[in-house]
Design a protein around this ligand. Sequence first.
Ligand code: HEC
Ligand code: HEC
Length: 186
Amino acid sequence: MLSLRLLGSCLVMAVLQLASMAADAQSATRPRVRLPSGPVRSVILNHCVSCHGIDDYAFHALDRAGWQQLLDVPHKQQRGVQLEPADEALLLDYLTETFGTESVPFPRNYIAREISEFFNNADARVFLQRTCTECHELRVFEHRKDANGWRALVLDMRERGARLSDQNVEKLVEWLARVRGINPVD
Ligand code: HEC
Ligand code: HEC
């Protein structure tokens, strides 16, 4: 039989977990950017990670001149960040390619709602068919991502016109991370 003490500590843990979920749900959700491979990787590691991480790049969708400005003013001019011209060119190529005007900036104020209903596989497929095939065929099965990665993608689709409530964004993110996550369970 489960002892009262054990039951008590389980309850405390459950309450703590709920409290931390509630706290998470109240603060704005952040994007998740993966460190790129190739030569630009070491440029970023050598020059761009001593003060802040790389996730914030995703808040921007700028052309080359816009990225140049962001490197010039707050970094080179105001904070003495130094970049060799060749490194700067690599960095600008990467930034413009990944976070250029074609991309959709991650919404700064998006708050991940807590959900109490979850998709089963059948309902998720019906929902995807209804919500996601207006513009292109279903493409989620070509990808694997963690919840942050899926959230960024689904929010991107919403900014492009997919019709999704905050609640449905989170239901979809939870399901996608479950069945198309980085560590598959099926
Ligand atoms: C010396 C510290 C420092 C280094 C090194 C640095 N940054 Fe920054 N960065 C900052 C600060 C401080 C801000 C906030 C600037 C402001 O708002 O005026 C910032 C802001 C940014 C932003 C905008 C973030 C947002 O939330 O909108 C981007 C993008 C960025 N940096 C990219 C880079 C890149 C790329 C590099 C590598 C060349 C780099 N940073 C290196 C200090 C640094
Ligand atoms: C209003 C139009 C529209 C809707 C609705 C839409 N998408 Fe997209 N989707 C796009 C556009 C535009 C692109 C980017 C251009 C391209 O690759 O065709 C894209 C690209 C994608 C990609 C490829 C991204 C990549 O990095 O390779 C995936 C995956 C995707 N969409 C999934 C979805 C899912 C899941 C839904 C439903 C939640 C959805 N889309 C609904 C317009 C839409």
